[in-house]
Structure formats: C-alpha cells, structure tokens
Design a protein around this ligand. Structure first.
Ligand code: GTP
Ligand code: MG
Length: 440
C-alpha cells in the first residue's frame, strides 16, 4: 500500500475495537499510540471512535449502526450496497469527535484482512488503513540506508501480496494471447513474488558487508542503545558521542543503526550504537526484517535499555523490548536500565522508581552531569575484566608506544635508563599483542 494521495489525506478518524480479550486501559493506551503514529505520518486526527465487539472478524469490523456513523463522518462518499442496516445491533459505542470535521482517512487500531479493508473502503469511499499499514508506511518514509530500505520494501510487499486484487475488482479476466492463461491478479502476484526474491538476494549481499564490518570491530568494547520508540535512544547517543544524530519527537525516527565512538574518547576506544525502536504489535514481517539491524545489539558488550520513565506505560513497553531482544538471543549480555527523561519526574516519583529498579540509572539525556556519570559507568564497566600490568618499552622499540596509548589505559609512566616503564590497564588480547611486539 502506497499512500499516493497523502497530500490530500490529512484528516484522520481513528477507530478502536474493544474485544473482551483486551483490557480497557490497554486499548486506550494503544489508541493513544496509534494517534501518535498517524500524526507522525502527517495526518491530523479529527476524532476517535470506539466500539465493543466480541471479535474483529466481521466483514465491516464495526456494527452496522457504527458503520452508518462512520459514513456520516467521512461525508457519505461510499457505495450504499456495502452498508446494511441491522436493527439488532446493540453493541456499546463511544464517539469522541471534537468538532465536526469530515475525515479523509479512517484508521483502525487492529489488523484488518484484505477483504475487510476492501469492504470498508467501498462502504466509506475513503482510504482505510490498519495499524500495520500505518507502521509500514512510517518505516518506508524513514528508511535511509540501503539495508533499511530493502528490509522495509520486503515487509511492504509481504503485506501487499494478499491484498492484491484484479483491476476490475474481482473480475477474472484472462489475458488472451499470452499463452499462460494467467489472470491479471495471478500475473501481479507473480511479479511481486519475483521482486521479493530479488530483494532478499540483494539484502543477503548487503548484510554480508555489514557483518564483515562488524567482525572487524569485534575486539572493541561496544555499547548498544536499545528500547521502545521515542524513549530517547538517539538523544542519549548524541550526548554520549557528540555526534549529530537525528532526534525527533516522532515515532521511528531512527531505522538505521549508527555506530560512533564514545566522547571524550577513551583508550581503548568504546563504540556506541543506536538501534531501531520497538513498538507493541509490531507487524511480524517487520520484526523479522529488523532482526538483522538488531545484530548490532547481539554483538554488543553492554546493552543500555533506554525507557521513557515519564511515560506511565513504560513498564509494558519495557516488556515488549525484552521479548523481542530475548528472541534474538541477548540473554548473556550485561544490561543497564536507563530511566530517561527524569527531568519530567518529581522527587517522589524518582524515589519510588529507584526503589522499584534499584540497579537502574535515573537520568536525562538533556542533563550533561547525568551524561558524564553514564560515561563513567560505561568506562568502569568496560574495564572490569581488564588486567593491570607493568610494561617496559625500550626507547628503541618502534610503534609500541603509539599502540599502547591508542588501545590501553595508561595509569602511570616513568622514564628510566632501560626505557619507559608503563603501568597499564588493558584487555587480554591487546596485552598479548603488545607483548608480542615487545618480544620482536
Ligand atoms: N524531557 C525530555 N525529553 C527527552 C529526553 N531525552 C529525549 N527526549 C525527547 O524525546 C523525543 C524522542 O527522542 P529520540 O532520542 O529521538 O528517541 P529514540 O528513542 O531515538 O526514538 P526512535 O528513533 O523513534 O525509536 C525527542 O523529542 C527528544 O527531544 C529527556 O531526557 N527529557
Ligand atoms: Mg532514534
């Protein structure tokens, strides 16, 4: 689905279906999140509607009374054949339409089948989207690197395949003279499948290059920032590395992993990487696509879990992050929880959060003193399995001093007759490498 009419489609109406399986507060939270997703796409939300239903399986999703209401709110632009009045429809409904403004797009906070999307589109005569469609659209607008673009394109095509239909809506016209006897629909599906195979091939190549690049960094201590979308990962990354990274009050501002050195620079260097954010009900294809982006997290020496501690829903967001990361196998990597946006909390709130998460760090990416403390914690952690040793470097040894200064922490140095005596802290591999240089 490509939103070709996005300039004109600027007023959105959101619809939430409350099934018995979903608690009311969860549904409200999810609807608030959908509102932010839709706003990120550039739409203006003119109202929300909710309705209790036993399930979301009805072809019209909502009851007929509610459908009539949606028809009114979108300016009666649909085809009447698709709207039946069922007088036994006694479901509880709620509207929150602030001012009476007609909507040009209706967004459902659940996943809709291709048939439901089609039926509702015909009944309302406006664009109808589901949650997955919205998320895929955001991802595709925000992807910057080749790998992210490929991953999103694959997810988009996978989403589209079952939604393809004949140009004349259901007709099964045969293409004469082509020999194959395939319908237009079949031809379109085959084209999409061929394209998917091509994209997957290309992605494998791109990923091989990324993997090589990662393996060259394998000896370096690296920290990955992970967490829910909009938690403040990129802001923290920016503050820790002094780099100009995109920070936006938008969902999924970051889709590509960036890697930068921790600043002020340490010896050895510590690498920090920013990763894609998570969201509840992330479409399955996108989860699969972004596993490769998250490889950066799998290879990290320390994971910084960033949460927006000022968001009352952060516990359930953290749970989503944990679930996805468990799937990619990060259980053995040490973790530090960062309770970010502490500037939005009062003292009592901070105190009770620290009691609840005693190992966490309360911080704000906007507070330089907090960033300095975080920097220290990262450095201390990176040195925890390092060894201290004294090295004697003869004045005649070439290049060794440079190697030591770049890759080890020098605690003390003395100049005597035999050479420079250095007290260093270093990882085992580096120590071995330097000793070999000294023996040569
Ligand atoms: N008040 C406050 N706002 C913050 C803080 N840290 C980040 N923000 C804001 O939160 C919003 C999201 O920040 P980002 O750093 O882009 O969040 P992210 O986790 O990288 O988000 P995605 O890339 O979308 O997954 C921006 O508007 C930031 O300015 C903080 O400590 N306090
Ligand atoms: Mg970001």
């Amino acid at each position: 689905m490509k939103l070709t009419k996005s300039v004109a489609l600027d007023r959105a109406l959101l619809v939430s279906i409350r099934t018995p399986k979903i608690k009311d507060d969860e549904a409200a939270e999810s609807l608030a999140e959908l509102k932010r997703l839709v706003t990120t796409l550039g739409f203006r939300v003119v109202g929300t509607q909710s309705q209790r239903q036993s399930s979301t399986s009805k072809i019209t999703v909502v009851g007929s009374g509610k459908l009539q209401e949606l028809v009114q709110l979108t300016g009666n632009r649909g085809a009447e054949d698709y709207i039946e009045v069922d007088h036994d429809d006694i479901t509880e409904t709620r509207s929150d339409v602030s001012s009476f403004e007609l909507a040009d797009v209706v967004v459902f906070d659940c996943d809709l089948s291709p048939a439901q999307l089609r039926h509702l589109g015909n009944a309302l005569g406006v664009e109808v989207l589901d949650r997955t469609g919205v998320i895929i659209e955001i991802f595709s607008r925000h992807a910057r690197t080749r790998s992210a673009k490929l991953q999103v394109e694959i997810a988009r095509l996978n989403y589209q395949v079952p939604r393809l239909r004949d140009a004349d809506d259901g007709g099964n016209e045969r293409f004469m003279g082509q020999g194959s006897g395939e319908s237009e629909l079949e031809i379109n599906r085959r084209r999409v499948r061929d394209r998917l195979a091509e994209l997957r091939h290309e992605l494998v190549d791109v990923e091989r290059v990324m993997k090589d690049r990662r393996s060259q960094r394998v000896e370096q201590f690296s920290v990955a920032l992970v967490g829910y979308t909009n938690a403040g990962k990129s802001s923290t990354m920016r503050a820790l590395t002094g780099s100009e990274i995109l920070v936006q009050d938008k969902l999924f501002a970051t889709l590509d992993t960036t890697v930068r050195a921790l600043q002020p620079e340490t010896h050895p260097r510590i690498l920090v990487s920013d990763t894609v954010g998570f969201i509840k009900k992330l479409p399955h294809d996108l989860v699969a696509s972004f596993h490769s982006t998250l490889d950066e997290a799998r290879d990290a020496s320390l994971l910084l879990y960033v949460v927006d501690a000022a968001d009352p829903g952060f516990r359930s967001q953290l749970q989503v992050v944990n679930e996805v990361l468990e799937e990619i196998g990060v259980e053995d990597i040490p973790k530090l929880l960062l309770l970010n946006k502490s500037d939005q909390l009062n003292d009592d709130q901070k105190k009770s959060l620290m009691e609840e998460f005693p190992d966490a760090m309360m911080m704000s990416s906007r507070n330089p003193a907090d960033i300095t403390l975080l920097h220290e914690r990262i450095v201390t952690f990176s040195e925890s399995d390092m060894q201290e040793e004294e090295l004697l470097v003869p004045y005649t040894a070439k290049g060794v001093i440079g190697e030591i200064r770049a890759n080890m922490r020098v605690l003390k140095e003395d100049y005597d007759q035999a050479g420079i005596r250095l007290q260093v802290r270093s990882g085992e591999l580096e120590l071995r490498r330097v000793k070999k240089m000294l023996e040569a």
